[in-house]
Design a protein around this ligand. Structure first.
Ligand code: 4HQ
Length: 266
């Protein structure tokens, strides 16, 4: 899968792509990330990439010509089915489900990382397929948002994660928050590790982890539990068909958790 990032700060993308899981995936040729800088397409002496908004007011916009030329260049290089995505707070909120959808379809992605106050609306209408947001807050540029998309999608691409850290075990792949984790030492300032994790009983451990995940999701993100109950019986994508939705075991584990927490926190 190819990612093309349109950005005035390609160093941000290149740096972030050189580390960890992503760096390894690129080194092994499992994904490719290409940066295209609108400044390289500017035509004046000063290589101008910003312009003033009609109607006045503070702030600048991305200059139309260099940005449009950069998007055209990306479209030339990418596959004909490539999707052009503009990162902006006005876009559709990204979640693990939409990340999974693009990772499964695996089209080339052309990600527009804007700067300043944004881009001309006619560009959105004429050149952009979808507008995506990574959350309800304002960034100073779209680069970090584009990186969030690349990171989240890439780790679902075949071969990027080893069996050890398989994405299937990720909390959100089951529509739940993660369970608590513990490592050495067995006691920290008087606080011990839950006994079941030391028991060696793998079935009991899996049930405890699922119960913790359900309980924490119920406490912190009750709307995710409701979504999971609704998802039961609906056709899920092949890769996620198991474990998603609601069943008697989950109902029993959550009821047990709620009982045990009656006099505790909520
Ligand atoms: N910006 N999710 C403004 C974001 C953003 C977000 C990117 C700031 C675009 C022009 N992008 N620029 N939130 O805040 O994606």
């Amino acid at each position: 899968m190819n990612f093309y990032v349109i950005s005035l700060f390609p160093e941000m993308i290149e740096q972030a792509c050189s580390c960890g899981v992503l760096g390894r995936a690129i080194k092994h040729g499992l994904i490719r990330v290409h940066c295209i800088n609108p400044r390289d397409f500017a035509q004046d002496r000063h290589r101008t990439v910003d312009d003033r908004p009609y109607g006045g007011g503070p702030g600048m916009l991305m200059k139309w010509q260099p940005l449009a030329a950069a998007i055209d260049a990306a479209k030339q290089q990418a596959s004909a089915m490539a999707k052009v995505i503009y990162m902006s707070p006005q876009g559709k909120l990204l979640n693990q489900q939409s990340v999974r959808q693009v990772a499964d379809a695996a089209p080339d992605l052309i990600l527009i990382a804007g700067r300043y106050e944004g881009i001309d609306e006619r560009l959105v209408e004429q050149l952009i397929d979808e507008e995506w947001s990574i959350g309800d807050y304002v960034l100073s540029g779209g680069e970090l948002a584009a990186m969030v998309v690349i990171d989240a999608v890439a780790r679902l691409c075949p071969g990027v994660l080893g069996d050890e850290q398989s994405a299937q075990q990720d909390s959100f792949m089951q529509g739940l928050l993660d369970c608590p984790h513990y490592t050495r030492p067995e006691e920290i300032h008087g606080y011990t590790v839950p006994a079941v994790l030391l028991s060696g009983d793998h079935k009991a451990i899996a049930q405890w982890r699922l119960q913790q995940a359900l309980g924490r999701t119920w406490l912190r993100r009750p709307e995710l539990i409701e979504a999971l109950k609704k998802a039961t019986g609906t056709a899920a994508p092949e890769s996620t068909a198991h474990n998603v939705g609601w069943d008697d075991n989950k109902e029993k584990l959550l009821t047990e958790f709620i009982q045990a927490n009656k006099n505790g926190s909520r």
